[in-house]
Design a protein around this ligand. Structure first.
Ligand SMILES: [Cu+2]
Length: 142
């Protein structure tokens, strides 16, 4: 009874997720969630990998290289971990994500430097086009 309902809904959500994606190469939805991952904040002004699919309660290690960066969750989604403020170089900082959701983060030192962490398999409806919508919003803050 339940299975006959759930399976068709799951297929519909997968198909619609693919059809609305403007840049499939950046979509993490097909990646199995992992319980821990590392994001490298590189001297080439990028978070790599830019997209991570994490299990609920999983941990991400942000590894900062020789060029200073920071990590802000601009839209302050419920359950977002604390920002990594300041100018961080040659350090690694861990953040845990206890609540399922889509967490976009930004380096406030370098406009356009951003990444996405999807927790608990939530559908990522983020606008991954450039310029990023979230970054412009924070710029507009008084
Ligand atoms: Cu940066």
């Amino acid at each position: 009874m339940f299975r006959s309902i759930i399976v068709p809904l799951t297929i519909i959500s997968i198909v619609s997720g693919c059809s609305t994606s403007t840049n499939p190469s950046t979509a993490p939805s097909n990646t199995p969630p992992v319980s821990s991952a590392q994001v490298n904040a590189t001297p080439s002004i990028a978070f790599t990998p830019a997209n991570i699919s994490l299990t609920t309660g999983g941990t991400v290690t942000f590894a900062f290289g020789s060029v200073p960066h920071n990590v802000f969750f601009d839209n302050d989604p419920a359950g977002a971990p604390a920002t990594i403020d300041g100018a961080n170089a040659n350090v690694a900082v861990q953040r845990t994500f206890p609540v399922a959701g889509v967490y976009n983060y930004y380096c406030h030192i370098h406009p356009g430097m951003r990444g996405t962490i999807v927790v608990g398999g939530v559908a990522d409806t983020t606008d991954h086009s450039s310029p990023p919508v979230g970054y412009q919003r924070i710029d507009d803050r008084p």
